[in-house]
Design a protein. Structure first.
Length: 153
């Protein structure tokens, strides 16, 4: 079984086997009103691939679900937000270098930046991460509306 660590950030990038993150480690977005378009949500994923799962093709899927388990689709293309995807997918295959011994594992970093996501209402969501069809991680995300100031005060 692969172990996964993941986090939300303002932006992420995977370079040379590492994830570089800007503004990492949050789980709530507070906005003035709904619906809202959030400029960017970065998703950093670190997959620990065990020795016996190397040299094989694997598939990572990421979906966003609301509190009732309904899928919150992603825009397929920021230029055409009407085209929707229920899951984002990526494939990976990591080799087995000669120095790797049975029982060792390797880390595969993945970075996904989701630009212009639209949220119609406040609520609780979860990024659901699956590898090869098995759910391995859930990252919570709460969308909340900022309290409006009372003009009488």
């Amino acid at each position: 079984m692969m172990e996964v660590d993941a986090f939300l950030a303002d932006s992420v990038e995977a370079v040379n086997g590492k994830i570089y993150a800007l503004g990492a480690g949050w789980d709530m977005v507070s906005v003035a009103r709904f619906p809202t378009r959030h400029p960017r949500i970065g998703l950093g994923i670190l997959i620990r691939v065990p020795y016996n799962a190397t040299n094989e093709q694997h598939k990572v899927e990421v979906g966003l679900h609301d509190a009732d388990g309904r899928v919150h689709p992603f825009a397929k293309n920021a230029a055409n937000p009407d085209e929707k995807l229920e899951n984002l997918t990526a494939g990976f295959k990591i080799g087995r270098p000669p120095h790797l011994i049975p029982g060792d594992s390797q880390v595969v970093p993945l970075a996904m930046n989701l630009d212009g996501m639209v949220f119609e209402t406040a609520g609780s969501f979860s990024f659901v991460i699956s590898i090869d069809g098995t759910e391995v991680k859930r990252l919570p995300l709460r969308m909340v509306e900022k309290p409006r100031p009372n003009p009488a005060e």
